[in-house]
Design a protein around this ligand. Structure first.
Ligand SMILES: Nc1ncnc2c1ncn2[C@@H]1O[C@H](COP(=O)(O)OP(=O)(O)OP(=O)(O)O)[C@@H](O)[C@H]1O
Ligand SMILES: [Mg+2]
Length: 302
């Protein structure tokens, strides 16, 4: 394994043990994937495709029945490694309420490092720094229960940061938030990745979040079926639909236009348009000439 890899999965399979007596399907099947240090990876896939199971395999919460996972060189199937693994890879879940353990924000953030046996003066520093990083320092002595969803989730992220992980896995951490809370968390995640050089693995059903990643992995039925940069992944809209996913709205719009026989004969449609401005430019190219005798409209697009 090269030094640039933080998490490595080799031919990993996992099947849940249930009491039903029936042989359960594998939740993750023969997955081989490396996560590069400093990268921002999004995992997409319909409900039940194995995203959360893969995430739990990636930080040693679950151990594969076949194949193996290493985190920063530590194999997850060796029990003495679990402690260092949890320090390298933190996880933030969907429901912030389930992740808060104390009645005071700063005590909550201190909980993780306390469990790691860090000395108090160092904990103090880490808590301050973590709350500052997520923009919640002003709330240090508040009760987390009175905060908004986005603020609670930022406190939960600070709790992970205080353990100084190299990588954080976010499993639908924006799913229960309103648009504002979602933006708060996405801004925080982007900042952690770009400024703190923390490796991010983000599981999401929001395509607008996936566009921000450096790499998008698509899962179906326990397997990785696509793996590439966002532009490449979102270029193939019919494939995404088959995998139970949408592309971002603007990408869907351009794809719909491209299916019109008259338009598609007259114009060559670019694939994988991901942002509004790019889409607006293209639409103006379609209609601009005939309507205005020029290719652009409005000051912003000149
Ligand atoms: N604790 C469990 N016990 C038994 N089966 C489980 C358990 N958790 C998940 N599964 C099954 O494993 C498969 C993969 O589930 P997983 O939770 O990994 O999917 P997911 O992609 O995270 O889905 P979602 O988008 O709904 O969160 C599914 O068939 C699911 O029913
Ligand atoms: Mg899940």
């Amino acid at each position: 394994m090269d030094r640039d890899t933080i998490i490595s999965c080799r031919d990993v399979s996992f099947r849940y043990d249930t009491d039903s007596g029936e042989e359960e399907q594998k939740a993750v099947k023969n997955v081989t994937v490396d996560i590069q240090r400093g990268s921002f990876v999004v995992i997409l896939g319909r409900n039940g495709s194995g995203k959360s199971t893969l995430a739990k395999l990636m930080n040693g919460v679950l151990i594969p029945q076949s194949g193996f996972v290493t985190v920063a060189g530590y194999r997850t199937d060796e029990e003495e490694n679990l402690f260092p693994i949890r320090r390298h890879v933190g996880m933030v879940f969907q429901n912030p309420d389930n992740q808060l353990v104390s009645n005071v924000v700063e005590e909550d953030v201190a909980f993780g490092p306390e469990n790691l046996g860090i000395e108090p003066s160092e904990i103090r520093k880490r808590v301050d720094r973590a709350l500052e990083t997520v923009g919640m320092k002003a709330f240090a002595s508040h009760s987390p229960h009175k905060l908004s969803g986005g603020q609670k989730q930022r406190v939960a992220i600070a709790g992970i940061l205080a353990m100084k992980p190299e990588c954080i896995i976010f499993d639908e951490s924006t799913a229960m938030l309103d648009p504002r809370g979602r933006r708060e968390i996405m801004d925080t995640i982007l900042r952690l990745n770009r400024n703190e050089n923390i490796t991010v693995v983000l599981i999401t059903h929001h395509m607008e979040e996936a566009v921000m990643a450096s790499r998008v992995i698509v899962m179906e039925d326990g397997s990785i079926v696509r793996d590439g940069d966002p532009k490449t992944i979102f270029s193939d809209v019919p494939f995404l639909h088959e995998a139970g996913l949408d592309a971002p709205q603007v990408t869907e719009l351009i794809h719909l236009l491209s299916e019109d026989p008259v338009l598609s004969e007259r114009f060559s449609f670019p694939k994988g348009i991901l942002d509004e401005e790019e889409a607006a430019r293209f639409i103006l190219k379609l209609f601009g000439k005939e309507l205005y005798g020029r290719n652009q409209i409005g000051a912003r697009l000149v």
